[in-house]
Design a binder for this molecule. Structure first.
Ligand SMILES: Cc1ncc(COP(=O)(O)O)c(C=O)c1O
Length: 500
């Protein structure tokens, strides 16, 4: 064991000096010590361009059964470790996109493998219960150990669900039920409510709305889709609701040079939110809730200031709407705090906080008063999966034990500084480097160049994601350390240099 560790460390330092002396490598990477992470590989290793021949063959085979237009390549999950995703052609890539930002502590983490091999956990993996009616004995304990131990400020209730969309979809329903009960002054529906809802008519199906923001992404199910405004392809041909959509701030960078402009931009957006709330009330479609991402992710990594979110929260209080913070992509530690909304420093940041991805289970936290008043109003067959709560409890142990939020802050700083530096060296290609923790992004001069960069970087062994019209997003797992940042920056610099 010790000798294999030693040879891996040796191979790593050798490889590192090779990267630094490779032709075209002008980015001067600072030395960063590799800390103990035995389950990780030492660096990328490429055998073919990606997708390689085996991936292409499998894509063709699957293409006979499904639409495969979105498939990048096929993976070998057995061989993948830590920050490295291995494909079926034997290519090993440093993964900064991590299954659309959903891998909390890397591939095949030993702590999670150990959990799987514990015979006491077997029945949790083998039997998937209908949690809403027949939960296992340890369910309350496991929920307390996992989700409730990271409950956002002011929230002691949590509802598990399967994915991000179904979490948001049910959170919207909770907000509508809460709003109607508030309007009624009690929670007993009238006969008219009960009969009209059966034929999709008011008052049983009331004309209420949810306010969302241009550029937002909250999922692809029908209700969520009415609040998603990132790309037309998600929405095309699907009927939707007449719900208000406000502009989300479009900040100018570097922030310190555009303080006044950005303040004005945010004020304009906040004014629009209030105008829309009033307009929709006058239209007879009151806004029951506002939904927002702390950082608009899929829509292009659009940030707003702490003051913007605090003001938005105040607007919801003033107008009696619920405030739903969608942390499906930002939650789980990637911004350097467990929840991105913690950066706002508020005791009462939201009424509802939804999650999925890095938390492995979907679901949402809510204030007591938002919990639905009767059974079966918020319900489905599985309502989550207890095996995911087991994994999550262990992920949280690893995050605490290994101080991963501090690591994320450290690696995030190195990543952003590296991007600033590369942006200065390649001003014709890169702009608007931005981020919080490792949740970073940079804009590329145009969409075609962005896509070229993504493919070239992947062929050199680094997986990145796209977002918005022309941004590249970085979504590594929480075990992404400073030395991984430098591996990435050196490769990225090579790619940028070769574009010229
Ligand atoms: C902020 C946000 N909300 C909701 C969703 C939908 O989650 P899912 O794809 O699990 O349905 C996503 C997915 O990317 C997301 O980023």
């Amino acid at each position: 064991m010790a000798s294999s560790m030693l040879s891996r460390q040796l191979a790593f330092s050798l490889q590192k000096s090779l990267w630094l002396s490779a032709p075209g490598c002008r980015y001067v990477s600072k030395t960063a010590t590799k800390t103990q992470m035995e389950f990780d590989y030492d660096g990328p290793s490429m055998k073919t361009s990606v997708p390689g021949p085996r991936s292409q063959e499998l894509t063709k085979q699957l293409g006979e059964m499904q639409n495969v237009g979105a498939i990048n390549f096929f993976c070998n999950y057995e061989e993948s470790r830590g920050n490295y995703l291995v494909d079926v052609d034997g290519n090993r890539m440093l993964d900064l996109y991590t299954q659309i930002s959903s891998v909390p502590i890397g591939y095949n983490h030993p702590a999670l493998l150990k959990l799987m091999s514990n015979p006491h956990n077997l029945s949790t993996f083998v039997n998937r219960p209908a949690l809403g009616i027949l939960p296992p004995e340890n369910f309350p304990d496991k929920i307390s150990e996992s989700l409730l131990s990271v409950a956002p400020s002011g929230m002691s209730r949590v509802q598990t669900m399967a994915c991000g969309s179904c979490s948001n979809e049910n959170a919207f329903k909770s907000m509508f039920i809460w709003y109607r009960n508030k309007e009624r002054g009690h929670n007993t529906p009238s006969d008219k409510d009960l009969s009209s809802c059966m034929i999709n008519q008011a008052p049983g199906c009331p004309n209420l709305s949810i306010l969302s923001f241009m550029g937002s992404f909250h999922g692809r199910t029908m209700g969520c889709l009415a609040t998603t405004h990132s790309k037309a392809i998600h929405k095309l041909d699907i009927p939707s609701f007449d719900w208000p959509i406000a502009r989300f701030p479009r900040l100018q960078y570097p922030l310190e040079e555009f303080t006044r402009e950005n303040l004005q931009e945010e004020s304009r957006c906040l004014e629009e939110v209030e105008d829309l709330i009033v307009k929709w009330r006058q239209k007879g479609k009151p806004v029951a809730g506002i939904v927002v991402e702390p950082i608009q992710a899929e829509g292009g990594d659009n940030h707003a200031s702490v003051d913007f979110f605090r003001s938005l929260r105040n607007i919801t209080r003033k107008h009696g709407c619920a405030f739903h913070v969608d942390e499906v992509q930002t939650g789980g530690g990637t911004t350097g705090k467990f929840w991105a909304h913690e950066h706002w420093g508020m005791d009462d940041p939201a009424d509802v906080v939804s999650f999925s991805k890095k938390l492995l289970t979907g679901g949402y936290f809510q204030k007591d008063e938002l919990q639905a008043d009767k059974p079966y109003r918020i319900f489905n067959t599985w309502m989550g999966d207890p095996s995911k709560n087991l994994f999550l409890a262990e992920v949280l142990n690893v995050i605490r034990r290994e101080n991963l939020l501090e690591e994320v802050t450290r690696s995030g700083k190195a990543l952003l500084n590296g991007l600033y530096e590369l942006q200065t060296q390649h001003p014709d290609i890169l702009s608007r480097a931005r981020g919080q923790g490792t949740f970073c992004a940079v804009d590329i001069c145009d969409d075609a160049t962005r896509n070229r960069i993504l493919l070239k970087t992947r062929d050199k062994g680094v997986i990145l994601g796209a977002c918005g019209d022309r941004s590249v997003r970085f979504r590594p797992s929480l075990v992404f350390k400073e030395y991984h940042v430098h591996i990435f920056l050196n490769i990225f610099n090579d790619v940028l240099a070769q574009l010229k």
